[in-house]
Design a binder for this molecule. Sequence first.
Ligand code: CP
Ligand code: NVA
Length: 308
Amino acid sequence: MKHFINLKDIPAADLRKIVNDAKKRKKLRKKLSTLEVDKDAPLKGKLLIQMFEKSSLRTRLSFYLAIKQLGGGTLTLRSNELHLGQGGESLEDTAKILATYGDGFMLRTDSDEKIEKFKKYSTIPIINGLSPSSHPTQVLSDVFTVEEIKNKSISKLNICWIGDSNNVLNSLIAASVKFSFKLSIGCPKNYEPKKFVLDWVKDKNKKVFICNDPVKAIKNADVVFSDKVISLNDKVNKKKKISDFKKFIINKKLMSHANKDCTFLHCLPRGSEVSEEVFLNKQSEVWLQALNRVHVQKSILLYAFGKL
Ligand code: CP
Ligand code: NVA
């Protein structure tokens, strides 16, 4: 049994295996419709339990389709309908009961500690569907999307992030180490990644490039990523933060400093960090990016269920 909680804790070879498996599976089901099961039905009879403590559109639907296409089923729980959410049952007992009924548990939560506790008490694999510190399923899928669009290994590309130093960026930083790609980060002063994230990179003898000038950060970029300036449940002065990021809005002018065939990606939902023009331009591959969540999550499930 393998958990899928943070990219930094998963061996690089396993992450590569997941991406390669997703490539193979996506090709194999080209002619199948949405709910048709893959020929080998590798997770036949298996149940994935999902729980969302925060809103979700893409993660919820893509995990639903992923387990269905592998031959299994899913059940989605609302945390406030469980005894746990009402304070009437311990996390330990909840985790044990989930493992009694289900074969895997995917959790989106506001607490990294909660995921760690579920991991401690659970005998089924735990998948992190977004936490304050990371969004690993999103970013692994984004690695897949980049390689699909550019038709080469991500290690040969210049990747740029313009935006807030949030959970998605933390996972992208971990991916840059695991997949050995160059990552430059453009963000305002005082919005750089946290020390513990940068210390981990240093510890691995790797580097990420941080720049408070968006034009310099985006130079030579093959792919530009962004995300909302205000994340879910972000407890900040929203007006001030949005104003601090004004110079970092990704518009046509800023994109003109990147490589000519630069691709724009965004995990969605979006806010004011990207202009409508860039978002809807043909350089933007955000819809394919969202779709690929299904394909990569299938291989993540196979990995977690010990079938890869
Ligand atoms: N990108 C992403 O995780 O979207 P949702 O919040 O809609 O799941
Ligand atoms: N950083 C965003 C990602 C949403 C998918 C958030 O945490 O809200």
